[in-house]
Design a protein around this ligand. Sequence first.
Ligand code: UFG
Length: 323
Amino acid sequence: MNVVVTGGAGYIGSVCVEELLQAGHTVTVLDSLSEGHRSAVDPRARFVQVCLSDREGLRSAIADARPEVIIHFAALALVSESMAQPGKYFANNVAYGLNLIEAAREMGVRKLIFSSTCATYGVPERVPMNEDLPQQPINPYGESKLMFERILKWYHQIHGLEFVAFRYFNAAGASERCGEHHRVETHLIPNVLKVVLGQASECSIFGTDYPTPDGTCIRDYIHVTDLAQAHILAMKPGIAGFFNLGNGDGYSVRQVIQACEKITGHSIATVNQSRRPGDPPRLVAAADRAVRELGWKPRYPRLDDIVASAWQWHRRHPQGYPD
Ligand code: UFG
């Protein structure tokens, strides 16, 4: 198929591009490179540098590519930043997203696959979380993604645009070629590995008084190539709706740090800090719907394997991508 991938120079997008090419699809990447890296884009993909705020540029890129499916990764995705700059999140994740969906509709694109998040649920009533739990985001990031989910529902109802919205839990790990490099790194695993690489003296633990067994936040870490695989499965006509993507296992911040110590063979200095605004205590997926309806089966469900692949990539690319 002809596929357009927005945000294909970013962390999850670049891995998905690799998997799409591997599966024999033709890929055009649209990315502003504000967060993404040009060298993360597989050379077999076509690349167009365009920001989704540029309606004309976007329309002409989509008209040239003539995709059947658009996979939409391009977004801002930091909970803490969204608590300081909500407007930036609503502009990028909702308004610019709307430019994309309008262009998709005009060009007769069959399907849009959207990167949503478990942050749309807020503090869940129970874990593991299935798709039917109430969505009550506690940060503007989650709210912006929920708004776009709702836009997709209306475009489907009124214009017949098919969609899949994946609610990712915590993406982690790396492929052989592509890994996690944010210009300002806020994510747990890369920050822990920076200590091992000697690029930071210690790793902060944000909040040690949560209602969890060791007092730190619990998350469900899912390998980035497993996330990418779900997108390939979702391209099939008839697959539609909302799906959680996670392994169903929760690990605390301290457990993640211990796994990093085990895999790297280094001890990691930590410092306890106060809670980070907008962080729910515990997020763990029930992904049965994706398993059942997509035939999705994570290949790397073990935290040790996820951390090992991240460590391998960071060790080989201590400075991340060159651009
Ligand atoms: N954390 C630390 N120290 C750090 C970094 C993070 O203690 O240096 C803690 C956070 O407070 C949180 C946990 O580790 O409790 C995970 O934090 P991340 O920043 O790695 O990930 P988040 O859970 O905040 O957010 C990520 C993505 C979102 C996505 C969300 C789903 O950034 O886009 O996972 O849970 F929605």
